[in-house]
Design a protein around this ligand. Structure first.
Ligand code: GDP
Ligand code: MG
Length: 185
């Protein structure tokens, strides 16, 4: 039984997704919401975790590996390992924290530099959309900056209210597919 399921596991297409962003923006909450359907209220900024998640994508069973990173140790060797490892990057900020949006651009540049391209499967995520009253990041401005200047998609999510979380991760998986198809073409 175990051998059979392991063999199947190995045959499944695998997607490697890395979640990056400032501390406290909801990287772990988004990951846990997607993988386990839970919302985490306590906050441990130091925890870094790796998840394997099975799901169906366009009629196919696939495995999603998610690296939920901690800290913002930019340009560290740890960071370089994450970036090396990833096939797609979820760059998270929180809509109630302006600085967390400012922290996105250097991350984006670091990824593009390391991948030696101007185009990679990357999405910018404005999390905590439920905290509209505390908003510090203008939605339209964030969307324009992301799409027109950084040339990557932008989406708003709430890990708390389970808004757009699965949609966001599915979109990322499709971005990996289309990127790989383009590389092969
Ligand atoms: P991380 O450091 O980026 O991994 O952030 P966490 O996932 O640990 O979340 C930091 C804090 O923000 C925790 O107290 C979470 O409960 C809270 N949080 C995360 N996502 C949301 C969200 O969508 N809405 C609200 N209101 N709080 C959130
Ligand atoms: Mg975390």
């Amino acid at each position: 039984m175990i051998i059979t399921s392991l063999a199947q596991d190995e045959l499944m297409k695998e997607y490697k997704v890395v979640v990056l962003g400032s501390g406290g923006v909801g990287k772990s909450a988004l990951t846990l919401r997607y993988v386990q359907g839970l919302f985490l209220t306590r906050y441990n900024p130091t925890v870094e975790d790796f998840y394997r998640h099975h799901t169906r994508l366009d009629e196919e069973e696939v495995t999603v590996e998610i690296l939920d990173t901690a800290g913002t140790e930019q340009y560290s060797s740890m960071h370089q390992l994450y970036i090396d490892h990833g096939q797609a990057f979820v760059l998270v900020y929180a809509i109630d924290n302006k600085q967390s949006f400012r922290d996105v651009e250097p991350l984006l540049n670091q990824i593009l530099d390391m991948k030696k391209t101007r185009n990679y499967p990357i999405i910018v995520v404005g999390n905590k959309s439920d905290l509209e009253d505390l908003r510090e990041v203008d939605r339209e401005q964030a969307e324009r900056t992301t799409k027109d200047l950084w040339l990557v998609p932008h989406i708003q999510t709430s890990a708390k209210e389970d808004y757009n979380v699965t949609e966001m991760f599915r979109r990322v998986l499709r971005m990996i597919n289309s990127y790989q198809n383009k590389q092969q073409a």
